[in-house]
Design a protein around this ligand. Structure first.
Ligand code: DX5
Ligand code: ZN
Length: 234
């Protein structure tokens, strides 16, 4: 039997962890990134969510491949890289080479589902799990043909760009619809405004991976915040 490729190994790790909190490092102290990642890992993180923003697709700018490389040097955890950028096709190879294990691109930057399907194929060919993300206003119909042929579907519960926004419940309806589709075996992920009040509804609706930014970063201890959130996961 041939050894499983990296993509299958990542899939198995996420399957074993789900439902799992995916802390976003968006609000971390970048002057101490290694220590921050170590604290998140000690708190119980089974993967890390890295928010890449290009200042065009979203009205904010964060980091690129260099921070992904830095995170890769700090941890063995799967790196779940969320590309909030206009031209992900130009950079997916570099993010994979930087150490991304999951690479998620937005439906909204693609002309049509065939372009999105091509991006998924490119990411899979790089031996990473391929994710597709949709913003709150984007209907599921926009990904109905690709949904059964990707590795992760990220239902945004905020408009991307900033942490600390309020949860948009439209994500719950999308999660439930996708969970009930027998042809969809992608991980279901939700991102934005996930906190003590909303996290239980997200897993009840079918979310496997729960991105948490401010709900982890607020307060004095990652470990305490993580433990509180974990008790709410159904
Ligand atoms: C927003 C990012 C989210 C954000 C989550 O554009 O994609 O990952 O960091 O932060 P909270 O949990 O504070 O909404
Ligand atoms: Zn994100």
């Amino acid at each position: 039997m041939t050894a499983p490729n990296h993509r299958e190994q990542t899939r198995a790790r996420l399957r074993a962890a789900a439902p799992a909190i995916a802390p976003s490092i968006l609000l971390c102290d970048y002057a101490h990134l290694a220590q921050e990642i170590e604290r998140l890992e000690e708190a119980g993180a089974r993967l890390l969510h890295l928010d890449v923003m290009d200042g065009h697709f979203v009205p904010n700018f964060t980091f690129g491949m260099t921070i992904v490389e830095a995170a890769r040097r700090c941890t063995e955890l799967p790196l779940d890289v969320h590309l909030m950028m206009e031209r992900p096709d130009k950079y997916v190879r570099q993010f994979r080479e930087a150490g991304a294990d999951v690479i998620t691109v937005h439906e909204e930057v693609c002309r049509d589902q065939s372009e999105l399907a091509d991006l998924v194929a490119t990411i899979r060919d790089l031996d990473a799990l391929a994710g597709i993300a949709i913003n709150p206003p984007t209907p599921l119909e926009k990904i109905d043909q690709v949904a059964s042929n990707c590795d992760l579907i990220l239902c945004m519960s905020v408009m991307p760009g900033f942490g600390g926004q309020s949860f948009d419940r439209v994500a719950l309806e999308k999660l439930s619809t996708l969970r009930d589709r027998p042809d969809v075996d992608a991980f279901l992920e939700v991102d934005g405004g996930v906190n003590l009040e909303t996290i239980g509804e997200c897993t009840a609706a079918g979310a496997d991976l729960l991105v948490v930014g401010s709900a982890i970063s607020s307060g004095n201890s990652y470990r305490e915040r993580f433990a509180e959130l974990a008790t709410r996961i159904k």
